[in-house]
Structures are given as structure tokens and as C-alpha cells.
Design a binder for this molecule. Structure first.
Ligand code: ATP
Ligand code: MG
Length: 193
């Protein structure tokens, strides 16, 4: 990044591809170690609601008893909200219970997608289920590829498997540059949840 900005570099060319086509739906993946994966997903949720889309959110790690801000506002705005996780794995003393919960959560997500009832389905922290070997990436890819054509998806989580990246339209890797947590600052209400 230059220290002195070049003021002649304003965007004058139209960046849109020529002969662009409209997609029936898109699959977005937000991955990487930096903050912003879920925040960006909920940004899309707000856009979708503004267009009167029907939206479903499945949270695979978050337990139903934590009340995060995005759930509060999502429910108020009519989002079908399912927080189906068992919390953080490092807090768990019964991993087989967590695995069963995760597999059931994936089953519910697959049904929400296949139902065609929703224009947008957000699968928050889904990638961890693949990383831990709890749900095969191939099952997720199959659900994506066979979804009703109008169903848009946003998937979040670190270490997105290659198979998922391959079928997605837009993949963004959030890069950790700096995080308040590194300086010992704990999660902040209104910013982190
Ligand atoms: P957010 O929900 O804030 O967009 P995220 O979805 O990118 O974050 P997760 O891996 O889901 O990140 O982490 C959830 C929580 O951990 C959030 O409160 C977030 O602020 C925090 N977090 C995210 N990235 C980092 C990081 N690199 N180091 C420490 N904490 C992080
Ligand atoms: Mg997240």
C-alpha cells in the first residue's frame, strides 16, 4: 500500500464483466482465520430480508441457550433460526453427544435447503463439521449441487474443504491481521455477538 495515495487513480472503468449473466442463486463461502466470516453472512441476511426473501439460519456450533445479537434481530425479522450446536467442543465432556447433535443439525439443514421454502439459507460454522470428520464434505457438496435453483447459500467457518470451495461461486478468505483477542481483550457485546 502506498503511503501517499495517488489521487488520479479513481475508478473510471466499469468493472462489470461484459455480457454478464444473472444467476438463479449463488453459493458463498466465508472462510479463513480472521474475524468477519459470520458478520458478513449476517450482512447478507439483512440484504435478503430487505428484498422480502425468506431466510433460514442454522448455527452448527452455537448452543441454543446463548443469546447472540444476530439471533435476536433475525427472529424479530421472521428468520427461521436454528441454533443447533452443543457449544464449544473444548467445553464439552461428551463428544459423542456433540457429534450426534451435529449430524442431526446437518440433517435439518439439508431439509431446509431441499424444501425450496427459503431463498437464503445461512450455514454458520458448517465447515468445522467437515474438519472434525463429523459430516463428509461430499454430503454437503451433494446438497449444494442438488438444491432447488433459487436457493442461495452462505457457508462460514475456518478451513473450508477444497470440495466446498470447488462448488461455491464466491469464496472469501478472511485474513487475520490483528485481533483484539491477541491483546487479551474478550468478546464484546454489540461487536462480536
Ligand atoms: P464474527 O462472528 O465476529 O464475524 P468469525 O465468524 O469470523 O467472527 P469465528 O471463528 O466464528 O469468527 O469466531 C467467533 C468469535 O471469535 C467471534 O467473537 C470473533 O470475534 C472471534 N474471533 C474471530 N477471529 C478471531 C481471531 N483471529 N482470533 C481470536 N478471536 C477471533
Ligand atoms: Mg463465525
Amino acid at each position: 500500500m502506498a503511503d501517499t495515495p495517488d489521487t488520479t487513480q479513481a475508478l473510471t472503468d466499469d468493472p462489470r464483466p461484459e455480457g454478464g449473466r444473472r444467476a438463479d442463486s449463488l453459493v458463498l463461502v466465508n472462510t479463513g482465520n480472521g474475524k468477519g466470516k459470520s458478520s458478513a453472512a449476517f450482512g447478507v441476511m439483512v440484504r435478503a430480508l430487505a428484498r422480502d426473501w425468506k431466510v433460514a439460519v442454522v448455527q452448527f456450533i452455537k448452543a441454543s441457550d446463548w443469546k447472540v445479537g444476530e439471533e435476536k434481530i433475525g427472529r424479530q425479522l421472521g428468520v427461521e433460526w436454528r441454533a443447533l450446536g452443543g457449544g464449544f467442543t473444548w467445553d464439552s465432556n461428551d463428544l459423542s453427544h456433540d457429534i450426534a447433535l451435529a449430524r442431526d443439525a446437518w440433517g435439518q439443514a439439508a431439509e431446509l435447503i431441499a424444501s425450496g421454502e427459503f431463498d437464503l439459507v445461512i450455514l454458520d460454522e458448517l465447515t468445522y463439521l467437515c474438519s472434525w470428520g463429523w459430516v463428509p464434505a461430499a454430503d454437503i457438496v451433494e446438497a449444494i449441487v442438488n438444491r432447488p435453483r433459487h436457493v442461495n447459500l452462505v457457508i462460514t467457518g475456518r478451513d473450508a474443504p477444497q470440495a466446498l470451495i470447488d462448488v461455491a461461486d464466491t469464496v472469501t478468505e478472511m485474513r487475520h491481521v490483528k485481533h483484539a483477542y491477541d491483546a487479551g481483550i474478550i468478546a464484546k457485546r454489540g461487536i462480536d455477538y
